[in-house]
Structures are given as structure tokens and as C-alpha cells.
Design a protein around this ligand. Structure first.
Ligand code: PLP
Length: 317
């Protein structure tokens, strides 16, 4: 990483505050909840994205890669952060997008940040798991660093490991001396893997699945943990997907808008609000005893909320 990038990374890494959230459903069950506000680390490289990208940026720098190339959808938080990082650290960026060309607030930002876009259609996007997928792109963009969808891979997970030490360093800010478990939203499982590696069995990590349960996330976790030389343990996956990935209903919209109003923490409906609502349901089902102290890792993604705003307001009454 360039020294500008590593300075910026160090600043961002230390900049996530812990904030205690006081809501009636927590109080009623005697649960304490603090939010690690990764959404506040940087206005453009927000949430888990900074951390997932950090090792990819280091590798791109060490290999003198002229640019970065990755994949995502028309609302992708990952491509948004990648394009912003490229602009900030003078690396070209190429985004391979799912489906046909769309005009969304995210896509407009990608273009403004200078990312070169290619729309792959749906079939073309499905080919991303093939072993030879990157070959033609590397012929077109020689020496570029290819970053898996969502900023994944071992590099993505290892970038999230320092989060554990950072949140522990922040506990004193809210008068806590410890905590019992971590809770966060899961897409690919990369961020969760980083936290499990960082915890090394000291505290369980709960991953709230934003998409319907499938074998893909457990398989990715097993692979990442094996590559890191860790046991495939120390975490639990919880279905938080409700109607499916990216879908929201009135209960979710109401919960999210109400939590924002009362708790003062901004959320978005695809990951963070679903994860928090799943936590509430688990607490109400009695899964955590009174006195439990939980840390909710806010993984950001607020830029993606713009396209959902009208639907949220409509559903939320
Ligand atoms: C806001 C937000 N939260 C959580 C996740 C899930 O992260 P991961 O793919 O590392 O599980 C994502 C996707 O990257 C995201 O954009």
C-alpha cells in the first residue's frame, strides 16, 4: 500500500466508535448491546469495505498492479468502495456488473469515481465462478488485481482480523470491561471469517445471513478458516433473510425506521437492519440470558439505501 493509503487505513481503523444502543426490546430482556460503528470510518469507504479491501490494496501495491477489477450488482457496496479507493489511491478500477445497464445512484457514483463499467448480463455474470473467468479480462486489463465478488478471499478476511483488537480497545469508552458475543450481517461470510480468526475462540461470532441459507456461505467459511489454519468453529449462522436477499417487508421497514429514530443509528434494509431484526427475534425467543453483553458490528452499506428509500417510506407508513 502507498504510504498515503496505509496512513488513511490506520486512521480509519482507529476511527470506529462503540456506541451503546438502548431500545425497549433490549431493556425488557436485560441485554446490553453496543454497536461498532464501522459506518463512520469513512464517508466513501464505509463499513466492512475498508477492512476487506485493505489487504487487496496492499497486494496491488506490492505487485505494482495498474488497477483493480471486481464484480457486483447495480447497488453494490463493494464496487462503490472499490471505485472510491481507486480514485483515492490513484489506481484504475474496472467493475463487471450483473445484468443489463441500469441507472442507479450507485452506478452514477461508480462513473463519477472513474470506474470503467462492463455489464455482463445475467448468464455472463453467473460464469464468475468458472476457473477461467478472469482470463479474458486479464488480457484486456493486464496485471490488474482481480478481486473476488464482495472483496472476498483470504485477503478480504485477513483485513477484518484487526477489528477484534480495535473494538476491544474501545470497550472502556462505554464503560464495558468485556462482552459475550459478536453479531453481524453476512453476505459471503468473509467479514465473519475475519472476526472468527481475530477472536480465536474467545467469544462466539453470530452471522445473520442476508440471503437464504445455502451451502455457499458455510463452504466459504470452512475454506477461509482452513486457509488461515483455523478450526471451522467459533461461529453460528442465523437466517435473517426473511423474503430473500434484497427484499423488504413492512415489519422490517418499520423496525428499521423506528430503531433509527429511537437509537440514533442509521441502518439500511439489505444487511444491517435485517441482522438487527434477527437479533431482536432471537432475544425475544430467549436465546440470550439477562445480563448478556453483545457487540453488533455495523457493516455500513448506507450508500445502497438511496435506491430503496421510497419503498421504505411507503412500507414504513
Ligand atoms: C453493508 C454490508 N454488510 C455486510 C456485508 C456482508 O459481508 P460479507 O460478504 O463479508 O459477509 C456486505 C457485503 O459485502 C455489506 O455490503
Amino acid at each position: 500500500m502507498t504510504s498515503a493509503a496505509s496512513d488513511a487505513f490506520a486512521l480509519a481503523a482507529g476511527a470506529a466508535p462503540l456506541q451503546e444502543l438502548r431500545l425497549d426490546w433490549l431493556t425488557a430482556h436485560g441485554i446490553s448491546l453496543a454497536v461498532l460503528r464501522l459506518d463512520l470510518v469513512d464517508p466513501e469507504l464505509s463499513g466492512n469495505k475498508w477492512f476487506k479491501l485493505s489487504q487487496h490494496l496492499v497486494a496491488a501495491h506490492l505487485n505494482r498492479a495498474p488497477g483493480l477489477i471486481s464484480l457486483g450488482g447495480a447497488h453494490s457496496n463493494h464496487l462503490h468502495a472499490l471505485a472510491a479507493a481507486g480514485r483515492r489511491f490513484s489506481l484504475h478500477t474496472v467493475g463487471l456488473l450483473r445484468g443489463v445497464a441500469q441507472d442507479t445512484p450507485t452506478v452514477r457514483d461508480l462513473q463519477r469515481f472513474g470506474m470503467q463499467l462492463h455489464w455482463l448480463g445475467y448468464g455472463g455474470y453467473r460464469a464468475r465462478h468458472r476457473a477461467d473467468f478472469w482470463e479474458p479480462w486479464l488480457q484486456h486489463y493486464p496485471e490488474y488485481r482481480c478481486i473476488p465478488e464482495g472483496g472476498g478471499g483470504l485477503a478480504g478476511a485477513l483485513g477484518c482480523v484487526p477489528l477484534v483488537a480495535q473494538l476491544q480497545a474501545r470497550l472502556g469508552d462505554i464503560g464495558w470491561t468485556g462482552y459475550d458475543a459478536l453479531w453481524l450481517a453476512v453476505g459471503t461470510g468473509t467479514t465473519l471469517a475475519g472476526l472468527v480468526i481475530g477472536e480465536a475462540g474467545r467469544h462466539p461470532v453470530f452471522g445473520a445471513l442476508a440471503g437464504p441459507p445455502s451451502h455457499a456461505v458455510p463452504a466459504n467459511l470452512a475454506r477461509l478458516l482452513a486457509e488461515a489454519g483455523m478450526a471451522n468453529a467459533g461461529y453460528q449462522l442465523v437466517d435473517a433473510s426473511r423474503d430473500g436477499f434484497g427484499r423488504f417487508d413492512a415489519e422490517l421497514a418499520n423496525f428499521m425506521l423506528q430503531t433509527e429514530r429511537v437509537g440514533g443509528v442509521p441502518l439500511e434494509p439489505v444487511y444491517t437492519a435485517k441482522a438487527l431484526l434477527a437479533l431482536r427475534l432471537r432475544i425475544e425467543a430467549g436465546d440470550f440470558s439477562a445480563g448478556t453483553r453483545l457487540i453488533f458490528v455495523h457493516t455500513g452499506g448506507l450508500q445502497g439505501r438511496r435506491a430503496a428509500e421510497a419503498q421504505l417510506q411507503q412500507l414504513g407508513g
